[in-house]
Design a protein around this ligand. Structure first.
Ligand code: HAM
Length: 428
């Protein structure tokens, strides 16, 4: 029989890494709460139009990377797995009339995203994002607040040396003149363009700037910069974002070639990198303002801004930086027994301790006591509760595996004693 494996570009998060992910998700959720964001959950698949319209038809994410779902029946709807959360969250904002809520509506979500990308380190077909969106605030202060929040996430997660790159990519007022200049520039170099990019030149020229094709790097280096074409309103907005960033002590670098890979962006765009590792493949996270997206998805004109931070890349960088993954701690106690066959009593005592709220494993195998104790030590348990002859007198032995001491405890007092020992250990 053929060996069964996880699909290419996906991976299993084994317990150690899953514990790190849980820690990252908690860090993100706690931070977002502190900044006034509320949790939301949207489906992992949407009508494909949510992404086609929201992210843009002529983007890598939609054109090449969308996981489309083939319906099992003749349904008229066409669905796709979400490649990112923003479009779905904005769809939910419109669908549930959130424009009537106090503005801005600040939402956060963390979960798996799906892109049919060419898999490599840090680029997966299923990956996790921590996302925040502030919908209904035109900025510029909230732009800086969100960037500061992103940076704080990396700091709290323990990633060293994260740098913020910021840019303004204009709005419908000034972008047409810029895209015209850009189109003329690439037309002059049409012969050097790879086929996909030549095809995109007339359809969505901005996407040439964030092309992953190495052949484009040199051409993009000398392409016209949006920052030289900003209208007065966009330029003033960008200056104000920078002033707010400075006021909250966020160091940043203006990167005028930064345009992001999704069509919905206007004005502020930003990305997070480990310093010295810039390059499209390595962004730890990114985001920006999308003042046209709500309207594009059927709502009233409403500004918005947010970010998505890639948790898989954070995990990779933490490993590279030699940061120890936060392992879940072992059980407080393991219930072991001198009689290899008496699993009934072990299970009963363990159940009572769990009912009392304690973290307890029961050794339910038929192995000898020595083996049971060895296993308890290996998994980092603090105590072994040893069931033996004393049980007939209503007592058990409690061995402190860390201190190497042992004493007799009345079975009725066991839960209280263990809870007290754990509390003094935690605070001591
Ligand atoms: P994005 O730049 O496409 O933006 O993705 C955000 C982050 O997700 C990236 O910086 C990266 O860390 C991670 N990421 C993207 N693709 C992959 C992949 N194939 N494998 C692993 N990690 C990946 C967005 O998705 C926007 N929704 C961000 C946003 C929110 N803008 C406004 N609000």
């Amino acid at each position: 029989m053929a060996t069964l494996r996880a699909p290419r570009g996906t991976r299993d998060l084994l317990p150690d890494e899953r514990a790190l992910f849980a820690h990252l998700m908690r860090t993100g959720a706690d931070l977002a709460t502190r900044y006034g964001y509320q949790q939301i959950e949207t489906p992992m698949f949407e009508q494909a139009a949510v992404f086609e319209r929201g992210i843009g038809e002529v983007t890598d994410v939609v054109e090449k990377e969308l996981f489309r779902i083939a319906p099992r029946t003749e349904e008229s709807e066409s669905w796709a797995l979400r490649p990112e959360p923003t479009a779905g969250m904005v769809r939910a904002y419109v669908q549930h009339g959130m424009q009537t809520w106090p503005q801005p509506v600040k939402l956060t979500m963390t979960g798996p995203m799906f892109r049919y990308d060419r898999p490599q380190a840090g680029r997966y077909r299923q990956f996790w994002q921590f996302d925040v969106e502030a919908i209904g605030d035109p900025g510029p202060a909230v732009d800086a607040e969100i960037i500061e929040l992103g940076l704080r996430f990396y700091r709290d997660a323990g990633v060293a040396g994260v740098e913020v790159l910021v840019n303004s990519i204009g709005d419908p007022e000034c972008r047409p003149a810029y895209t015209q200049a850009l189109t003329e520039y690439y037309r002059r170099h049409a012969a050097a363009l790879p086929p996909t990019e030549r095809d995109r030149l007339e359809r969505n020229v901005l996407r040439l700037l964030d092309s992953k094709d190495p052949a484009m790097a040199e051409l993009n280096e000398t392409a016209p910069r949006i920052t030289e074409h900003l209208c007065d309103a966009c330029a003033a907005h960008f200056e104000a974002v920078k002033a707010h960033l400075t006021a909250v002590g966020v160091p940043f670098r203006v990167e005028s070639a930064l345009v992001r890979g999704l069509d919905y962006y206007t004005r502020t765009a930003f990305e997070f990198y480990v310093a010295g590792r810039e390059g499209q493949q390595q962004a730890l996270g990114g985001g920006g303002r999308y003042d046209g997206l709500v309207q594009l998805l059927g709502g009233r004109p409403t500004p918005g801004i947010g970010f998505g931070l890639g948790l898989d890349r954070v995990a990779l960088v933490l490993a590279e930086q030699g940061s120890v993954a936060s392992r879940e701690t072992g059980p407080l106690a393991v219930v072991v027994g001198a009689d290899p066959h008496d699993t009934v009593t072990r299970l009963r005592i363990a159940t009572e301790l769990r009912t009392a709220g304690l973290r307890v494993r029961a050794d339910l195998g038929r192995r000898k006591l020595g083996r049971q104790l060895e296993a308890a030590g290996r998994e980092g348990a603090h105590f072994a509760v040893i069931l033996g002859d004393e049980l007939s007198a209503g007592q058990v032995q409690v061995r402190d595996l860390l201190a190497g001491t042992q004493r007799i405890v009345a079975a009725d007092d066991l839960a209280r004693e263990l809870a007290r020992a754990e509390a003094s250990h935690r605070h001591g």
